[in-house]
Write a protein that binds this ligand. Sequence first.
Ligand SMILES: [Zn+2]
Ligand SMILES: [Zn+2]
Length: 436
Amino acid sequence: MLGLFRVFHWGPITAICIIKWISLVTLYCNLRWYPPANSFGGLAFTVTFLVLSGLTLYHFLFAMYDGPGYLPLSWKPDGATDEELLQLQFCHICQGHKAPRSHHCRKCNRCVMKMDHHCPWINNCVGHFNHGHFTAFLGSAVLGCLLSCISLTCSLYYGLNRNWYEFYGTGNEPKVVFTVWSLIATLLGLGLSIGVVIAVGLLLFFQLRAIMRNQTGIEDWILEKAVYRHRHSDNKFVYPYNLGRLNNLRQVITWTCQPKGNGIVWEVIEGADQYSLTREQLLQKADKRDRSREYEVFKSYSGACFPITHGVSVCIRPPCTDEPRIQLIKGDRIIVTRWKKYWMYGDKVVQSKKARIRGWFPRHCTVETVFSQHYDSAQLDADHNSESSDTEEISTSAGETHQQYIHHRGKNTKTATSKNKRDNQLSTRTESRKKK
Ligand SMILES: [Zn+2]
Ligand SMILES: [Zn+2]
């Protein structure tokens, strides 16, 4: 039942209003432009549209109601050895291990199975259990709106040229009569339909591509970082879940929209095991800790997106992301993980592990703490791994941030040694698993 309460949010309410608006306007126009009572074609067109409209609402509600599947709080795999547990990430908010492919969603405040993204329109995450319904929702919405576009465009054409057809037409043309209000409603309906076809069509394309690759949006980032990390190594990282296009499709697209598997144990390719990806994630997190630096705030900042008082350069070169800005108070300490010329991204050092405050702030408000060691506390381990935190390291793969990364890595050989040690430990574990 709880899933149904998710409807009381601007996202689902707006989405349902759009679905209903387009459906009603299209039906209104169908009755005039292509009356179902007059021909079989008209009947087929209207019935097809009604079915698509119904399916859109059905899959929308089920994607929202079913949800992606959350890992139980304090979860750990049944009968797992200590060695296996060490290869899984730990979520400090849910106080449990993260199953392979699970990530913590800050909005849902839970660890989500095979998390793809948090969708405000269904006010829920898209993940393992609702991926099928979500894709079917996108598909039926795009097809339904394509029919709407045809119906509304033709109705507008005949409606607006009614006088011409009355004088010069054959008399067989559809008779579409608009009042001012029905004309406005139809124009709005057409605009919405075109918007849905373009925007939702693009989303559908990316979802189908993700399903064919068996690789979620978050895993795209992890893989990109993995490729970067292994660029000089002979052992290239191989993504473990790509079972071939057809098999990948069958994992998600089924008649009942119920996916294969339980969202915890995954089919993997030969040579990979259940922990291939999680080991890589742990190494990426370790890299992130290695290059993080502690800064102290000497100038306060309000958290504004365009802080005029901090100078023109800061205002016109903001980080292009929807990640939050954080308020700074003189004396705060920040663990910085990403650098841009005028902005930095980091975690405020706070007492409580649960209340994590992180985001962007102007670079010139802080100064690096002298003799700062790489930050190795549990705070960065607490990795609230929603979409954005997984994107953090990606910025190191290019440009200025990358140079900074190299600079920091070069500066701290002690850190590099600890990283090598960790790499070796994890690969030794892998070897022993393979032998078993
Ligand atoms: Zn969690
Ligand atoms: Zn979520």
